[in-house]
Structures are given as C-alpha cells and as structure tokens.
Write a protein that binds this ligand. Sequence first.
Ligand SMILES: NC(=O)c1ccc[n+]([C@@H]2O[C@H](COP(=O)([O-])OP(=O)(O)OC[C@H]3O[C@@H](n4cnc5c(N)ncnc54)[C@H](O)[C@@H]3O)[C@@H](O)[C@H]2O)c1
Length: 250
Amino acid sequence: MTSRTAIVTGAARGIGAATARRLAADGHAVAVLDLAEDQAAGVADDINAKGGKAIAIGADVADEAAATAAVARAAAELGPPQILVNNAGILRDNLLFKMSAADWDAVLGVHLRGAFLMARAVQSSMVESGWGRIVNLSSTSALGNRGQANYAAAKAGMQGLTKTLAIELGKFGITANAVAPGFIETEMTKATAERVGVPFADFLAHAAKEVPVGRVGRPEDIAAAVAFFCSEEAGYVSGQVLYVAGGPKA
Ligand SMILES: NC(=O)c1ccc[n+]([C@@H]2O[C@H](COP(=O)([O-])OP(=O)(O)OC[C@H]3O[C@@H](n4cnc5c(N)ncnc54)[C@H](O)[C@@H]3O)[C@@H](O)[C@H]2O)c1
C-alpha cells in the first residue's frame, strides 16, 4: 500500500495511541499529537522501535496557532499530511443545572473547534495531492446521554462537521467519515468510574452487560474501524458514521 503521512490527535494514550500504532503498522508515517508531549513521545518511540516511523508533537488542538504549527511541523518532518484522525477529547460531565459555561466551552473547544482547526490546517496539502482521509471521533453519546449535554452536543456536532467536509472536499479525492464508539476501556472511562465512586472492574462488568456482544470495547476495536476509513479501498465511502459499540446504535 501507499505510505502516507498521518496525524492522530490525542494519541498519547487510549484510542488515539492504538490508532497511531495501527496506522504505523499499516505503513504510514505518524505524527503522534497530544497535549501530553512526554507520553506522546513514548508512543512515538515505541512505533519507531518496532520499525515504524513516528514523531511526537505537543500541541493543544483547540489553540489556533498551535494546531497550525503542529500541522506545519508534521509536514516538514514527515511530508505533507494526507490522513487526519481527530481523536483528542475531554469530559466535563455534569447535569445541566450544575454545568458551568466553562465546562461547556472546554468540551466544545477540544472536540469541535479542535477538529475544525486541524481539518482546516491539513486540507491544503490534501487538496494539492488530490488524496486525503479525515476521520473524526464521535460517540454513542451523540444520541443523547444524561450528564453530558456538552459532550453529546460536541459529538453530534462532529457528525455534522464530518458530513460537510465530505461534501466540500470530495471532489479533491478527500473522504471524511466518523467513528462513533460505544463503551471503550481507557483512562477516560476509568476517570468516569472514579468520579461516580465505582471500582473500575465493577464499572466494566456493568457496562459489558449492556453490550450485545457481551464485552466492553478495546482501543484496538476503534483503531481497526479508523484504519478502514483511511485505507485506499475506502475511497467511495464518505460522510458516514460508523457506530462501533458491540451492537446496533444510531
Ligand atoms: N473511551 C470511550 O468509551 C469513548 C467512547 C466514545 C468516544 N470516545 C472518544 O474517543 C476519543 C479518545 O478517547 P479515549 O477514551 O482514548 O480518551 P483518553 O482520555 O484516554 O485520551 C484522550 C487524549 O486526548 C488528549 N487531549 C485532550 N485534550 C487535548 C487537546 N486540547 N489537545 C491535544 N490533545 C488533547 C489527552 O491528553 C489524552 O491523551 C475521544 O474523542 C473520546 O471522546 C471515547
């Protein structure tokens, strides 16, 4: 397969790290971008040690100058980016009456503004080369979830952004799709268990009972779906939302 330059945001751990490793294994050069630069460096080192090619970039995707500079650095060190995975994310859960405007802004800022800024920054190199893949991380929470007015709005927004990018950029050989995970075992869900005071093992067991395939998801489950959308053969699949949740959703 053709080797491309990929940027994966929020790739220091969890779903983003698994996606960076998977895209590297598929032959791509990967910019492992995260706020946590040290942890991102660990993921990049590991990819390089296994024979892949990766660099770590410390950046806040919600910061316009930082997002632009990160894309420029990836282009300078790895070549013009042709794959972008907007995965960086945070939670600031609360019921509506307790949710602060700051918590609303922070969540919308990282997920939606971050995805917009990164997509805008990479589109020129994708357009110039006539080939591109943008994959945005949505969530089953886009369908609505108690205590997540900010996150549900952001994740539904990711779907609207995805479909619009697909419409605007399709004629340049660029596809845009979204992966909407269900419950995945990561530091994010671990933090939720801690917040509600439930041991993580019990939290996982409870979540697994709700999933038709009888288990919670792993970061690699999501990485595999992202890798499909990034593949050469997925060039006629665009503007789609794939729920990867161990059962039917949407
Ligand atoms: N874990 C789940 O069950 C689940 C379900 C549905 C969707 N998702 C989505 O998948 C994505 C990854 O989730 P995860 O569970 O791996 O989360 P995680 O918390 O384990 O990892 C998120 C990463 O994003 C980074 N990040 C946060 N803000 C950033 C910013 N402003 N700029 C750059 N990097 C930033 C963090 O440092 C962290 O490394 C998120 O978008 C999340 O909303 C997760």
